[in-house]
Design a protein around this ligand. Structure first.
Ligand code: PEP
Ligand code: MN
Length: 332
C-alpha cells in the first residue's frame, strides 16, 4: 500500500503518521520526491483502515500495491534511483560502461586491460575472481588472489571495480570491491541475497537464465528488504529454443523494468550473444532503447582467454564499440 502525502506536509506531521502506521505493525518506506512524499507500507496492511487514512488532512491518496515487490516498485519510489560509484553514475539519465575480462588471469593481463578500457572511456573495470563454471574441471578463477590483482588495477587506473561473489562467506574479501556482482546462476540464492542486503555496497544483480522480470525484482527485493537499496539490474540474455547465440538478449527488459522499477537497468551483450562480433550491434541497440549502461567483456588476447574468449573484445574492438555508444547517446 502507498500513501501519497500532500505537498505542504511538515516533517512533524509526516513522522506522526509514520509512527501511527508502525504501531499498526507495518514497516514504512519513505520516498521524498520533488513534489510529493510517498509512504510505502510493507507487511500486513489488512489491519489498516484505508478510508480513515484518506480522510487525514495531509493525505492526498492511498493505493493498494498488488505487485509482490514493494521497495523495488516504482509506485513506492517514482523517481529513478541513481547509483554513484566514484565518479560514475548509473540511472536517472546517467549511462556507464563497465568493461574488463571475464576472469582476472594475471597482473599484467588485468592492468593492461584496465588501462586500455579506461583510455577508451569505460567508467568501471570488471573482472571475475570467483567463476561460476558449468564444469568443475574448467578454470574456477584466481579467487582471493584475483581480487588482490583487481585492487592493484584499481590503484593503477583509478577505475572502480566490479566482481562476482558466489558465497556469502567470501564477503570479507570484497571490502575494497566497489560493486558486488550476483551472477545469473545465483540470482535466486536467497541466503546470499540476504547477506548482501546487510552490506552497503552497490550490487549488480544479473537476471537468471530462466527467470521472469518479476522474479528478478523479487530478488532485488530480498536485498532491499535487508536495507541495501543500491541495486543495478542486468539483463544478460535468457534461455530460449534458439541455440545459434549463447542466449537470447531480451531487450524488452529495458522498457519493461523501467516501467516497473526505479532501479537502473544495464545490458550485458557479451554473455547474451556469446560472440564478439555481435557485441557492437547489441550494445548499440541497448543504448538506443534506453539502458542505463552496458557491461562488456574485453581481453588483451581473447584467443588465449581462460574463460569466455569467444565473446571477448580486443581493446581495439572495444574502442570502436565505445565510439558507437557515444554517437548513439548523443543522438538519443
Ligand atoms: C560474468 O559476468 O562473467 C558471468 C558469469 O555472467 P552471468 O552470470 O551473466 O553468466
Ligand atoms: Mn564471462
Amino acid at each position: 500500500m502507498i500513501t501519497v502525502l500532500k505537498s505542504g506536509t511538515t516533517a512533524d506531521q509526516r513522522e506522526q503518521l509514520i509512527r501511527w502506521l508502525e504501531e499498526h505493525g507495518v514497516k514504512v518506506h519513505v520516498s521524498i520526491g520533488e513534489n510529493h512524499t510517498i509512504l510505502g507500507l510493507v507487511g500486513d496492511t489488512s489491519q489498516i483502515d484505508v478510508e480513515m487514512i484518506k480522510l487525514l488532512d495531509i493525505v492526498q491518496d492511498v493505493k493498494r500495491v498488488s505487485e509482490p515487490y514493494k521497495k523495488a516498485n516504482k509506485k513506492f519510489h517514482p523517481e529513478d534511483t541513481i547509483i554513484e560509484i566514484g565518479d560514475a553514475k548509473i540511472g536517472g539519465g546517467n549511462f556507464a560502461v563497465i568493461a574488463g575480462p571475464c576472469s582476472v588471469e594475471s597482473k599484467s593481463q588485468i592492468i593492461e586491460v584496465a588501462q586500455r578500457v579506461k583510455e577508451a572511456g569505460a567508467q568501471l573495470l570488471r573482472g571475475g575472481a570467483f567463476k561460476p563454471r558449468t564444469s568443475p574441471y574448467s578454470f574456477q578463477g584466481l579467487k582471493a588472489d584475483g581480487i588482490e590483482l583487481l585492487i592493484e588495477a584499481k590503484e593503477a587506473t583509478g577505475l572502480p571495480i566490479v566482481s562476482e561473489i558466489m558465497n556469502e562467506n567470501h564477503l570479507p574479501l570484497f571490502d575494497e570491491v566497489d560493486v558486488i556482482q550476483v551472477g545469473a546462476r545465483n540470482m535466486q540464492n536467497f541466503e546470499l541475497l540476504k547477506a548482501l542486503g546487510e552490506t552497503d555496497k552497490p550490487i549488480l544483480l544479473k537476471r537468471g537464465l530462466a527467470n521472469t522480470f518479476e522474479e528478478l525484482l523479487m530478488s532485488a527485493e530480498y536485498i532491499m528488504a535487508g536495507g541495501n537499496e543500491n541495486i543495478i539490474l542486468c539483463e544478460r540474455g535468457i534461455r530460449t529454443f534458439e541455440t545459434y547465440t549463447r542466449n537470447t538478449l531480451d531487450l524488452s527488459a529495458v522498457p519493461a523494468l523501467h516501467e516497473l522499477t526505479h532501479l537502473p537497468v544495464i545490458i550485458d551483450p557479451s554473455h547474451a550473444a556469446g560472440r564478439a562480433d555481435y557485441v557492437k550491434p547489441l550494445s548499440a541497440a541497448a543504448t538506443a532503447c534506453g539502458a542505463d549502461g552496458v557491461m562488456i567483456e574485453v581481453h588483451n588476447n581473447p584467443s588465449k582467454a581462460l574463460c569466455d574468449g569467444a565473446q571477448s573484445l580486443t581493446p581495439g574492438q572495444f574502442e570502436d564499440v565505445m565510439a558507437t555508444i557515444q554517437r548513439i547517446r548523443a543522438a538519443v
